[in-house]
Design a protein around this ligand. Structure first.
Ligand SMILES: CC(C)(COP(=O)(O)OP(=O)(O)OC[C@H]1O[C@@H](n2cnc3c(N)ncnc32)[C@H](O)[C@@H]1OP(=O)(O)O)[C@@H](O)C(=O)NCCC(=O)NCCSC(=O)C[C@H](O)C(=O)O
Ligand code: MG
Length: 271
C-alpha cells in the first residue's frame, strides 16, 4: 500500500521523533534538498539512529545525487543499513540507477525535463520499484508557473504514470507546498488519483489523513466492490458475459478493479 509517503528532513530531530507516532504508509528520510549543506553529515548520523528506532516501518531514504559532494558517502551508508528502498533524486542517467541497484530496491524521483523524457529507460532498469514525481523542481526547470490545477505539469504527470503502468512500477504524485490550504490539498489528491497515481508524497503530518481518504479504499469503495462482484457473479452464473449495475455496464475489467479494491482493503486490515 503506497497511499502516502511523508518526507522527513533528516537534520530535524523533532520531526524524526514525531515520525515515530505518525502513520503514513511510507516515511522518506531526506538527506537531499530538505537538508542544508552544513547539516549533511549530522543528518546522515541521524538516519542511522532513525532506521534503528523505526524498525518494522517502511522507511525509504532519499540520498543526495551521485554527482554531488555527498552522494558517495550517502550510498555507502545506505548499502550498509539497508532501508526499505534508496531514493535517487533528479534521476536522469541509467548508469546511476545501475550503480545503486544491488540489494536494495530503488525509488527514482522524476523531476527534471530530461528525467521525464528518459522515464521509460530509467523505469525498466532492474531494481526500480517506484517512480516519484518531483513537481517543485520540475516547475522550476520548466520555467512554468505553479498553479492549483497544475496545468503546466499535466503532460509530465501523465507520461510518468503511463511509464509506471507499462513497467509495473508504483507511482507517487509530487508534494503540495501549502500546508494550510487543506481544501486545495484534497483537490490535488483527487487530481492525482484521477490521473492514476497510487499515492502522494507529503511534507506535513496534517496531509496524511486527507491523503488516505482520497487514495482509499474507503468503506464505501469496499461496499461498492462487493455489490459489483455479486452482480457480476450472478451474471456469469447465468451464462452472461456482461452485467448492468445501477444502469451502468459491468465487464470483466470492472470485476478485476473491484477485486483489487478488496485486495487493498485486506492489505490495510493486516497492517
Ligand atoms: C513545512 C514545515 C517546515 C513546517 O514545519 P513546522 O513549522 O514545524 O510545522 P508544525 O509546527 O505545524 O508541525 C507540527 C508538528 O509536526 C512535526 N512535523 C512537521 N513536519 C513534519 C514532517 N515532515 N515529518 C515529521 N514531523 C513533522 C513538527 O516537528 C511538529 O512536531 P511537534 O512540535 O513535536 O508536535 C515542515 O513540515 C517540513 O519541514 N516539512 C518537510 C519539508 C521537506 O521535507 N522538504 C523536502 C522534500 S519536498 C521535495 O523536495 C519534493 C521534490 O523533490 C520536488 O522537487 O518537488
Ligand atoms: Mg526536488
Amino acid at each position: 500500500m503506497h497511499r502516502s509517503a511523508l518526507y522527513v528532513p533528516a537534520d530535524n530531530t523533532r520531526a524524526l521523533e514525531k515520525a515515530r507516532i505518525l502513520t503514513p504508509d511510507v516515511l522518506i528520510l531526506d538527506l537531499e534538498d530538505g537538508v542544508a549543506p552544513e547539516h549533511k553529515t549530522r543528518a546522515r548520523e541521524n538516519v542511522r539512529e532513525a532506521l534503528a528506532s523505526l524498525h518494522g516501518r517502511r522507511v525509504v531514504v532519499r540520498m543526495n545525487g551521485l554527482d554531488t559532494p555527498w552522494g558517495d558517502d550517502d550510498l555507502q551508508l545506505l548499502l550498509e543499513l539497508g532501508p526499505h528502498a534508496i531514493m535517487l533524486p533528479k534521476a536522469e542517467k541509467v548508469e546511476d540507477v545501475r550503480s545503486l541497484s544491488v540489494s536494495v530496491p530503488v525509488w527514482l524521483t522524476i523531476e527534471t525535463p530530461l528525467g521525464v523524457l528518459r522515464a521509460e529507460e530509467l523505469a525498466r532498469e532492474r531494481g526500480v520499484a517506484c517512480l516519484v514525481m518531483g513537481t517543485s523542481d520540475l516547475v522550476t526547470d520548466l520555467r512554468a508557473k505553479a498553479a492549483p490545477n497544475r496545468e503546466a505539469l499535466l503532460y509530465a504527470l501523465s507520461h510518468v504514470v503511463l511509464v509506471a503502468r507499462a513497467y509495473g512500477r508504483v507511482v507517487l504524485d509530487g508534494v503540495s507546498l501549502d500546508v494550510q490550504d487543506m481544501q486545495g490539498f484534497e483537490a490535488q489528491c483527487q487530481q492525482g488519483r484521477a490521473l492514476g497515481f497510487d499515492g502522494k508524497t507529503l511534507i506535513h503530518p496534517s496531509q496524511i489523513e486527507p491523503c488516505h481518504r482520497v487514495f482509499g479504499p474507503t468503506e464505501d469503495d469496499v461496499g461498492r466492490a462487493h455489490e459489483l462482484l455479486a452482480v457480476w457473479k450472478e451474471a456469469r452464473a447465468g451464462g452472461k458475459s456482461v452485467a448492468v449495475l445501477h444502469g451502468r455496464l459491468v465487464e470483466n475489467l470492472h470485476a478485476a478493479e473491484a477485486r483489487e479494491v478488496l485486495r487493498l482493503a485486506e492489505e490495510l486490515e493486516r497492517n
